[in-house]
Design a binder for this molecule. Sequence first.
Ligand SMILES: Nc1ncnc2c1ncn2[C@@H]1O[C@H](COP(=O)(O)OP(=O)(O)OP(=O)(O)O)[C@@H](O)[C@H]1O
Ligand SMILES: [Mg+2]
Length: 228
Amino acid sequence: MIELKNLSKIYKVGKGKNFTETQALNNINLTIEDGESVAIQGKSGAGKSTLLNILGILDSYNSGNYFIDGEEVKKLSDKKAAKLRNEKIGFVLQDFSLIDSKSVAMNVMLPLFFCGCKHNVMYEKAEKALELVDIKDQINKKTYQLSGGQRQRVAIARAIVNNPSIILADEPTGALDKETSKQIMDLLLKLNETEKITLIVVTHDDDVAKCCKRRIEISDGNIKKSDS
Ligand SMILES: Nc1ncnc2c1ncn2[C@@H]1O[C@H](COP(=O)(O)OP(=O)(O)OP(=O)(O)O)[C@@H](O)[C@H]1O
Ligand SMILES: [Mg+2]
């Protein structure tokens, strides 16, 4: 379970007297239960990516509390935070963030290099993840040899290879056409339903948001509307 209590994030840019502050998140209170599917919407600059990065323990916050399964993120050492991130969270981004010069298999195995597993164990896990996203037949290709939709499937395989309990996706369909977007959302929802992975998707696309059971709107760093 994810719990945010009065969480605020202020970005400070510049030094001395010449700094500017941006209140990116303002007293956010939000609880997301295990297995939910949640869409986060809002205008550009509203704070969506900031929220997702904090949820993914990629960024810090200034005040308030963030608990994952009862553990307060702020109180964890860097090492423990990295472990929690690696074990519980998978990321999917708009631009796929794949390494083009490497094979599909290598890209998917990437999060496993920190677990100290043997190569054949990592490879088997990658195969399994690629099978779940219906793209195992592409395992030996380089990622630049794939279509946009296939690339996003590889990115999703990489996100789930560690069996995370949460997938965080920032505009996962932003670079895809309507039909491919629908396929990628169907796939994410299938993982949400069959693997019980909590799904949190930032999107500008109403059709994508409608696929999620719950929709949250952020405006100027505040939760404006949460329909649950
Ligand atoms: N690293 C940073 N340093 C300073 N300010 C930042 C930083 N990242 C984001 N901001 C500011 O914080 C606010 C929220 O940004 P954020 O990226 O969370 O918006 P967003 O809702 O994801 O927008 P978009 O839909 O355009 O991706 C914006 O005013 C932005 O300029
Ligand atoms: Mg963003």
